[in-house]
Structures are given as structure tokens and as C-alpha cells.
Design a protein around this ligand. Structure first.
Ligand code: HEC
Ligand code: HEC
Length: 264
């Protein structure tokens, strides 16, 4: 636009209003851009499977696990137990819940942000499975459980430690059963198969595979009931939720400010 035309007061007014809209558009674009960057990619295509999971798993094991579990999974006295026969399910559970690699010696290792991604957990599991066997990572759909039966089985087998609504609770000598709200169906299945820490193993003689699915459907239903209201934002967790509120809030304030500025 030439300066001549901008000297025309009517056109200049229109241009000012127009540029205000551009600024709002840019602000919105920036906000959604930041949000897209800050939101972890979910779904999408999984990483291409490594040519040899066992070899990859062994490499990761030698880097991160060998000091406590030994060169041949035999365990290291006063560092870590043997992993022979614990199976891929135990490894996948421990690694995807961030418990392993343990950050320190001693007390019960809490659930943490995992150090390895799901693909690496699977590779570590494949390696341990290849040496000692044991219950492997469950495959197939875990969504075919019977809710009512699952509720009864949960009260019978799990509620004594995890409480009736899966909130968890203290056990003896400073240990605790954690809340079940963060466990995925796969992790819940694996916990039953492997019995982490002071949790008993629920082999297929204690709970048939179908009964495990029933229990999973009950554990999943508890999560839905405890939705605290408002938009769930895909249950991505408190930090991104805070970010959403922050960005949307700041965005709205920004837009309101610009709007007032344009009108004035
Ligand atoms: C600092 C020492 C340490 C490191 C490093 C470590 N672990 Fe462990 N691990 C332990 C201890 C101690 C336990 C037993 C306590 C527990 O289960 O919470 C354990 C338990 C386990 C179990 C459960 C065994 C069972 O009987 O169910 C698995 C599986 C496991 N570790 C896998 C791994 C893997 C895989 C890595 C590497 C990514 C790793 N650990 C790194 C100390 C360690
Ligand atoms: C004797 C007490 C006890 C019983 C009974 C028990 N658990 Fe556990 N459970 C535990 C403990 C302790 C842990 C924590 C293990 C750790 O920190 O390594 C745990 C962990 C879990 C986890 C992992 C939670 C997370 O977020 O990482 C799930 C899932 C789970 N249990 C499900 C079950 C189900 C399902 C049953 C019934 C079939 C059951 N538990 C029965 C004590 C128990």
C-alpha cells in the first residue's frame, strides 16, 4: 500500500482495522504452534522394528542393567535379583512404569517417567525372555473383560492391598501398594503375571487369562469414574493440562487486549 493512499483518513482507518485482524491471526497461529510443539506426539506410526530386538535389547541391558542384574542375568549380591525366568512381562512392566533401571539401592522403587521408550522396553524384554523364558508380554486385545465379574475378582484378589477403588494404601515395613490410576491395561496384566515387589504373582492357575481381562476392565472403569470433571484433554496429565489452561488463558487475554486496541 502506498503512503499516498494511507494519507487518506478513511483508508487508513480501514487499514488499521485490517492490520489488527492480522495481528490476532498471527497471535492465534503462534499459540497453536506452541501448543502443538509442547504436546507430545501420540498415536501415529510406531518406530520401525529393529532388525534384531534381542541384540538391541542386549545392548541396552549391558548399558543400563548389567551393574545390578549381572552379565548373565544371574543377579548381583546386594544390588539386584536374578532376572532368569522373570520373563518379558516383568521387564516390560518394570521399564515402562519407569521403575527400572532403579535409580538407587534399597527402598521400593516408585513409578517414574520411563527412561526408555516402549520400543526399547520391548527390546529389553525380548533379550531377557530369550535367555531365561518366563511369562511374556501379553498380546492381543485386552478389552474383552466382563466388568461385573472383574469387580468381584478385584475385591477378592486385589482390594486387600490396592483398596476397593484402586487407590492403593500402605503395607507393612514402609512398603505400599500404589494407586492403579496410571497403569495401562498392558501394565496391569503384566503386574498380575510378574508380581512386582511384595505383590503376589497371579499365574494362570490363580486367575485364568479371561479372569485377568475381567479385572482389567474393572480397573479401567475405576479410572473413568474418577474423572475430575471439565475437559479431559486426552488425559495427558497435569503438566500439559496446566499448559493448555495457560496458553488458552493467555491467548484469550491477548485477543481481548488486541480487540480493545483495534476498537479504540
Ligand atoms: C541400581 C540397581 C538396579 C539397576 C540399574 C536395575 N535394576 Fe532391576 N532391580 C533392582 C532391584 C533392587 C530389584 C528388586 C526390587 C524391586 O523389584 O523393586 C529389581 C527388580 C527388577 C525386576 C523385577 C524382577 C522380578 O522378580 O519380578 C526386573 C524385571 C528388573 N529389575 C529389570 C531391570 C532392567 C531391565 C534394568 C535395566 C533397564 C534394571 N532392572 C536395572 C535393581 C536394579
Ligand atoms: C499383597 C498386596 C497386593 C495384592 C494382593 C495385589 N497387589 Fe498390585 N501391587 C502391590 C504392590 C506392593 C505394588 C507395587 C510394586 C512396586 O512398587 O514395584 C503393586 C503394583 C501394582 C500395579 C502397578 C501400578 C503402577 O502404577 O505401576 C498394578 C497395575 C497392580 N498392582 C494391580 C494389581 C491387581 C490387578 C491385583 C489383583 C489381581 C493386585 N495388584 C493385587 C501389592 C499388591
Amino acid at each position: 500500500m502506498s503512503t499516498d493512499r494511507l494519507r487518506n483518513p478513511r483508508l487508513r482507518g480501514r487499514f488499521r482495522r485490517f492490520s489488527g485482524l492480522i495481528v490476532i491471526g498471527l497471535a492465534l497461529g503462534l499459540i497453536s504452534g506452541i501448543y502443538a510443539l509442547a504436546t507430545p506426539g501420540r498415536g501415529g506410526t510406531p518406530a520401525a522394528a529393529a532388525p534384531d530386538d534381542v541384540t538391541q535389547g542386549q545392548r541396552l541391558y549391558n548399558q543400563s542393567c548389567i551393574s545390578c542384574h549381572g552379565r548373565n542375568l544371574q543377579g548381583v549380591p546386594s544390588q539386584g535379583p536374578t532376572l532368569i525366568g522373570v520373563g518379558g512381562a516383568a521387564v516390560d512392566f518394570q521399564v515402562t512404569t519407569g521403575r527400572m533401571p532403579a535409580p538407587y539401592q534399597g527402598a521400593q522403587v516408585p513409578r517414574r517417567k520411563p527412561l526408555f521408550d516402549d520400543e526399547q522396553a520391548r527390546q529389553l524384554a525380548a533379550y531377557v525372555q530369550s535367555i531365561g523364558g518366563g511369562p511374556d508380554i501379553p498380546t492381543g486385545s485386552l478389552a474383552d473383560g466382563d466388568l461385573a465379574r472383574g469387580g468381584r475378582l478385584f475385591r477378592l484378589n486385589c482390594a486387600s492391598c490396592h483398596n476397593f477403588v484402586g487407590e492403593g494404601g500402605p503395607l507393612s515395613s514402609g512398603k505400599y501398594a500404589p494407586a492403579l490410576s496410571k497403569a495401562t491395561p498392558t501394565q496391569t496384566y503384566e503386574a498380575m503375571l510378574s508380581g512386582p515387589e511384595s505383590m503376589p504373582v497371579f499365574g494362570d492357575n490363580q486367575l485364568t487369562p479371561q479372569e485377568k481381562l475381567d479385572i482389567i476392565s474393572y480397573v479401567e472403569s475405576l479410572k473413568k469414574e474418577r474423572d475430575p470433571g471439565g475437559f479431559a484433554i486426552g488425559r495427558v496429565g497435569p503438566v500439559p493440562e496446566g499448559l493448555v489452561i495457560w496458553l488458552v488463558g493467555i491467548g484469550l487475554v491477548l485477543i481481548a487486549t488486541l480487540w480493545i486496541g483495534v476498537k479504540a
